[in-house]
Design a binder for this molecule. Structure first.
Ligand code: CO
Length: 295
C-alpha cells in the first residue's frame, strides 16, 4: 500500500469513529425516554384584557392534547420587557426551548400563533431548528404553520368570519378587517384574503396598519361603492394596542376617524381572532399536523 493511501484510509476511519462518538456524546450511549412537549409562540400582548385570546388558545390545545405539557413564549422583546417590569415575566422562544432541554423533552412541537408567515415566523423557525442540531438538543423539533399557510386556511378563515359578523349588520354595510401588515413578502396574504372574502361577500375588505392594502385604499373602495356604515374588526390574534388605538381610537389618524370624516359610520368590534373558536381550531389543526410527524 502506498503511504498516501494508507494515510487516507486512516483519516476516513478516524472520522467514522468520531461520528459514532458524537452521536452518542449527549447520552453516553443510552437512549433517553421520549418526552413530548408543546411550545405555543405568540407575538405577545401587554394588555391584560387581550390575554383572553391566548387563554382561549391554551384551553383548546389542552383539550385536544391533554397528555402533552404546554409551554409559552412571546417573540416580541418589547412586550417581554414591559411585562417583566410589571412583574409578569414571560420567556423568549430561545429561553423557553433551553428550559425544555433541561426538562429533558425529546420531541417538541413549536406552534406559531402568528397570522402569516412573516419575519417573526421565519426567525422562529430558524432558531427552533438550531435546537434540533445542537448537542443534547431535541431528537425532533418541528414548527407548526401560522394561521394563513395553505389555501384551505384562507377558506376556513373566511367562513369563520362570515359566521361571526355581528347580526346587527345590514345589507350593504361594509366589514373592514384590520391586519397587522409587514415589509415581508408574505404581506401579500392580506390582499389574497380580501380576494377570498369578496368571492363570498363583496362588502368585506381587508387592510393593514403597517403594510398594504392601506386604509386610504380601502376608504376609496368604500366611497366608490357608496357605503355608509362599516364594521371595523381586528384581524390579529388579540384585540390589543393596534385594535384599540389605530383602529378604534379617537386620534385623527385612526381608521375610525379617517372613515368618519368621510361620512361613514363606524362600528368597531374589539375582538381578537383567537376569540373565535373556529379560528383557534385552524391553529390547533396545524399543531396536530406538526405532532403527527413524531409518529
Ligand atoms: Co405592531
Amino acid at each position: 500500500m502506498k503511504k498516501t493511501n494508507w494515510i487516507a484510509t486512516l483519516l476516513v476511519s478516524i472520522s467514522i469513529v468520531c461520528l459514532i462518538v458524537s452521536a452518542n456524546a449527549s447520552d453516553h450511549g443510552k437512549t433517553r425516554p421520549i418526552k413530548k412537549g408543546i411550545l405555543l409562540v405568540a407575538f405577545g400582548t401587554s394588555i391584560s384584557k387581550a390575554q383572553i385570546s391566548y387563554q382561549n388558545i391554551e384551553r383548546a390545545v389542552r383539550t385536544r392534547f391533554p397528555d402533552i405539557p404546554i409551554r409559552w413564549a412571546y417573540t416580541s422583546a418589547f412586550i417581554r420587557e414591559k411585562l417583566a417590569k410589571q412583574g409578569q415575566p414571560i420567556d423568549s422562544v430561545e429561553t423557553a426551548l433551553a428550559k425544555m432541554m433541561d426538562e429533558k423533552f425529546t420531541h417538541v412541537a413549536v406552534q406559531s400563533l402568528h397570522t402569516i408567515a412573516g419575519w417573526e415566523f421565519h426567525d422562529l423557525h430558524k432558531n427552533a431548528m438550531l435546537f434540533g442540531d445542537m448537542a443534547g438538543g431535541f431528537d425532533h423539533i418541528i414548527v407548526g404553520n401560522p394561521l394563513l399557510a395553505a389555501e384551505s386556511d384562507f377558506e376556513r378563515v373566511v367562513d369563520a368570519f362570515l359566521k361571526n359578523i355581528p347580526t346587527s349588520r345590514r345589507k350593504g354595510d361594509a366589514v373592514i378587517l384590520m391586519g397587522h401588515g409587514t415589509s415581508h413578502p408574505s404581506n401579500a396574504a392580506y390582499a389574497a384574503l380580501m380576494y377570498h372574502f369578496q368571492r363570498k361577500d363583496p362588502h368585506v375588505f381587508v387592510g393593514t396598519v403597517e403594510g398594504t392594502p392601506e386604509i386610504t385604499e380601502i376608504k376609496e373602495m368604500l366611497l366608490t361603492q357608496n357605503i355608509k356604515t362599516a364594521y371595523l374588526i381586528p384581524f390579529m390574534s388579540v384585540a390589543g394596542d393596534h385594535a384599540m388605538n389605530d383602529m378604534a381610537g379617537e386620534e385623527e389618524d385612526s381608521w375610525k376617524s379617517i372613515l368618519t370624516q368621510t361620512g361613514i359610520t363606524c362600528r368597531p368590534v374589539l375582538k381578537g381572532t383567537a376569540e373565535y373558536d373556529e379560528i383557534v381550531k385552524i391553529w390547533v389543526d396545524h399543531l396536530k399536523t406538526a405532532l403527527a410527524q413524531f409518529q
